[in-house]
Design a binder for this molecule. Sequence first.
Ligand code: FDP
Length: 281
Amino acid sequence: MQEIYNAIQTAAIKIDYAIKHEDKGYSDNQNSTGDIQLKLDIHCDEIIESIFSSITTVKELASEEKAEPFTLHEEGRYLIGYDPLDGSSLADVNLSVGSIFGIYENDYSGANLKAAVYVVYGPRVEIVTADHEGVKLFRLEPDNTFAFIQEIRLKERGKLNAPGGTQKNWPSHHKALIESLFAEGYRLRYSGGMVPDLHQILLKGGGIFSYPGTTDVPAGKLRKVFEVFPFAFIYEQAGGEAIDGKQRLLDLKPEHIHDTTPCFFGSKEEIQKVRNSYANY
Ligand code: FDP
């Protein structure tokens, strides 16, 4: 696993450089879900693929930017589902963006996720790893190495509320839940980038991030394999919880590689509030 973490560190340094110095415009390509790809999305995907191509423990790669997974090393052990540059449309307005990696064995179900990692490209470059040893924060130093900073642990209850999705299309029980959180004193913290928004909640001790099913998109926007399962794993390892409204996210299986799900990540008390609000829906 350390070999894979090292490869992600190498990729993170190259991606950070690309974000800072390369063209942020659109390419002529569409990805499999119909989004026009940014040149940066394509280049970050190429960086990751090229770095993993020499890691023989990696059997297969599934990129958010490609329609299907593909085999790298037949004899390898791990399948890596990744989003090379999540929130990439925020790069041109100079907000933080991220890369997300889920490291799976056998298949891409939540139950088979063995470790998860994300990188935040902000004023600093930080990496968070989660595995059976817990959740750890590393920071890029001037000598291009990543220094261990701290273990990450969520409190039972936090103060932040990051509600995703178009409000006009929220179902009424979801709207009532979000309003009740604000009425209790939770503060709005939402940049529109899943990585920095979830990173903030983790580092500030707790709160809730939600991306519900909406009246126009009942299965939500965020993808199980590349975004939701890795963060569900990280939040659980940090002492929080992650559900789809009712069920634990890591008990879900994707029907196809780009499958999406409603999702809620947070400290235990906030997730219990979600369960209460969603029980009858
Ligand atoms: P983006 O489309 O910019 O890549 O992955 C999807 C994502 O960003 C997440 O990073 C973010 O949390 C979400 O979409 C934001 O969606 P909304 O604008 O619909 O809230």
